[in-house]
Write a protein that binds this ligand. Sequence first.
Ligand code: NAP
Length: 297
Amino acid sequence: MPDASDADLLDGQALSQAVRDEVKADIATWTDDHRPPFLSAVLVGDNAASKAYVRGKEKDAAEVGIETETHHLDADTSQDELLDLVHDLNDDASIDGILVQLPLPDHVDERTVIDAVSPSKDVDGFHPENLGRLMRGTPRYIPATPYGIMEMLSRSDIDPEGMDAVIVGRSNIVGKPLANLLLRRTANATVTVCHSRTKDLAAHTRRADLLVAAAGQAAFIDADMVKEHAVVIDVGINRVDAPSTDRGYRLVGDIDFETVRPKAHRITPVPGGVGLMTRAMLLRNTLKAARLRAESA
Ligand code: NAP
């Protein structure tokens, strides 16, 4: 049972439902005189987590009125075959958004595939053109996880202006785009990005008013590493053994939730936090893709 002094949860379930409801209403209006947005997903191989992510995205899309298809390719599909499919999807005017589920098998170069997706259909926002636009301050598609974090903050009346924001993790899909979003004049945080070579990580995390953990290390940030009354956003999704459960594992974040919650001001749970926001923002990007396609037709 949470103690009265525990941090309020930033509830990804409720916040993402609000986003889905808005996207659903916008699509209902949009389809008065347009066809529904269409998202094409590409899944290569049998990675269980990737399959679950794609199923979740299909379910969310159906809920809001986005039509989907999923191309499920064998794990030994060659890079050229995959690129041929991506080019076909780029050329297909009935498709608004393309999503290539990562990670791809080792024999495929992820960057080459990401670069092949048409920037106008790149609803993940991973194409260099879209990352460049984000860095310049004129984003088209914002990568869904950092977009979801910003949405979570604004919907919870948390204004990053003037905050010391510390992000642990510098990936192209989370840490770097989030740093850009927090630096924009609309957010005005002072941003530090940490990584595996950061000297004395705790010295940085301890002065964070806003701490974002995106390292992929189970529960490695404990209460000693967190400032009193901080806002704590846990992006990490890690499987830890739990032999007594049906699945044999449970999901935990990068934050040691039980020890950090009493010290923090607000905190996201895992599961039920950032992951749900990520899924919701993909829907918003897909609707945007449909609008951009209609405008350019
Ligand atoms: P990634 O590409 O593996 O990047 C991890 C980053 O964390 C790297 O920059 C790495 O540093 C840094 N790092 C790793 N261990 C560290 C340590 N002990 N101290 C400081 N920094 C450390 O991972 P990602 O794709 O960004 O994902 C990160 C986590 O978020 C994973 O658990 C992933 O499953 C999860 N995720 C969740 C969502 C969601 O929707 N909730 C979305 C995407 C990812 P170096 O650069 O020096 O290697």
